[in-house]
Design a protein around this ligand. Structure first.
Ligand SMILES: C[S@@+](CC[C@H](N)C(=O)[O-])C[C@H]1O[C@@H](n2cnc3c(N)ncnc32)[C@H](O)[C@@H]1O
Length: 220
């Protein structure tokens, strides 16, 4: 996926499709990150989240992995000069990852960019760098189990995957089972809020401190 073409327009496309819903979802868990001192953000995009994070948590240091040069340019303009944010350019599937430990990992509308196997690799790499008891804050699209909510979600997801394929060359066309991947990596969901008939979710997952979680990571 190369999001360069979208970088400047990204927020406006988002507002046109979802109003302020995705923005609310992104900012929903800032309170849970208030105590985090080291945060890993994967696929930050145009900087709206990290900008709020460093303003609301004056002690956090943030490492961002992002593959789009233009997204990073837009994000840096929004953020201004700060030494608390470190940018790691490159594809998370190929680049060297930063050293842990981190208190929290954040992925907003990022896991949906990957096929199941790739998402598994991302979850494994990130969870290895998370401190025991650390948090994974995730905003993501979901496909409800059944009924009108499922049809509604499938229609939106179909349109979105087509749009991203056309504008960014995205190779996948369906959501990975990101909840299952987190569960099998030893995380458990501790907070959830949904919007748009269950299409959009903001969740907090906590990594277990027990043998159980190590078992989980070995199974990945
Ligand atoms: C759908 S956008 C989400 C952006 C933002 N997090 C948000 O809340 O809207 C996905 C972001 O992840 C980045 N990205 C996609 N695949 C990537 C990869 N393999 N490695 C690093 N960044 C990637 C894209 O450049 C883009 O900025």
């Amino acid at each position: 996926m190369n999001a360069d073409r979208l970088a400047r327009l990204y927020r406006w496309v988002e507002y046109a499709a979802f109003g302020r819903t995705l923005e609310r979802c992104r900012f929903e868990r800032l309170g849970e990150l208030a105590e985090a001192r080291r945060v890993l953000v994967l696929g930050e995009g145009d900087g709206r989240f990290v900008n709020r994070l460093v303003r609301e948590n004056g002690a956090a240091r943030v490492v961002i992995m992002e593959s789009s040069t233009r997204m990073v340019r837009v994000a840096k303009q929004r953020l201004g000069a700060t030494e608390r944010v470190e940018w790691r350019m490159g594809d998370v599937l190929a680049a060297a990852w930063p050293e842990g430990p981190f208190d929290a990992v954040v992925t907003h509308f990022f896991l949906d960019c990957f096929r199941e196997e790739e998402a598994r690799q991302v979850v494994r790499q990130a969870s290895e760098r998370l401190t025991p008891g650390g948090l994974w804050v995730v905003s993501e699209f979901c496909e409800p189990e059944a009924g009108c909510r499922r049809l509604h979600a499938r229609a939106w997801l179909g349109v979105m995957y087509l749009f991203f394929r056309w504008t960014t060359g995205l190779r996948t066309n369906r959501l990975p089972d990101w909840r299952g991947l987190l569960e099998r990596a030893g995380f458990r969901c501790v907070a959830r809020r949904q919007w748009r008939w269950g299409l959009v979710a903001s969740e907090v997952w906590r990594r277990g401190k027990t043998e159980e979680s190590r078992e989980g990571s070995r199974m990945l």
